[in-house]
Design a protein around this ligand. Structure first.
Ligand code: 5GP
Ligand code: ZN
Length: 138
């Protein structure tokens, strides 16, 4: 399904132009309009899925392989030292566009700085509780 009111549906299917690194039957990979680093890209499925929880499994199974292909090309072509894959689900997690997308963010020696979380601590009792709370829903 493609939605008329979704900017990423429009970009993925070519009705709004975007700098495109790659395209096939299922995906378009574009440069992010507000890049965190030089070459920051987004993998967009051509069909509309709100987030990872709604993503078709067969489409989802192709995402990591495509990210690896783009990441390898970034290392060779842009000379980045590495890259991060970032994928936000839900507003609380920072998702601003409600069409599944995977960020591929090149990382260069010396920058850019990326937000990192402060490690907390885990105790055995709470870990057991968490295991119960999640596995009850699998
Ligand atoms: P999110 O925060 O939802 O994970 O990421 C959305 C990303 O989409 C942001 O990094 C933002 O810069 C990018 N973005 C939003 N609108 C557009 C657009 O119209 N074109 C492109 N190329 N990127 C966009
Ligand atoms: Zn969409």
């Amino acid at each position: 399904m493609v939605r008329d009111d979704c900017i990423f549906c429009k970009i993925a299917n070519g009705s709004i132009p975007a700098a495109t690194l790659y395209e096939d039957d299922d995906f378009r990979v574009i440069l992010d309009a507000g890049p965190a680093s030089r070459g920051h890209a987004l993998i967009l499925p051509k069909q509309h899925y709100q987030d990872l929880c709604q993503l078709d499994e067969a489409v989802g199974a192709k995402v990591l392989g495509l990210a690896a292909k783009i990441g390898r090309a970034m290392k060779s072509g842009l000379g980045c030292a590495g890259f991060n894959l970032v994928q936000n689900n839900g507003e609380a997690a920072g998702q601003t566009v409600k069409h599944f997308h995977m960020h591929i963010i090149p990382r260069y020696e010396g920058g850019p700085e990326m937000v990192a979380w402060k490690p907390g601590s885990a105790d055995a009792e709470e870990s057991a509780e968490i295991v119960g709370e999640v596995t009850a829903h699998l």
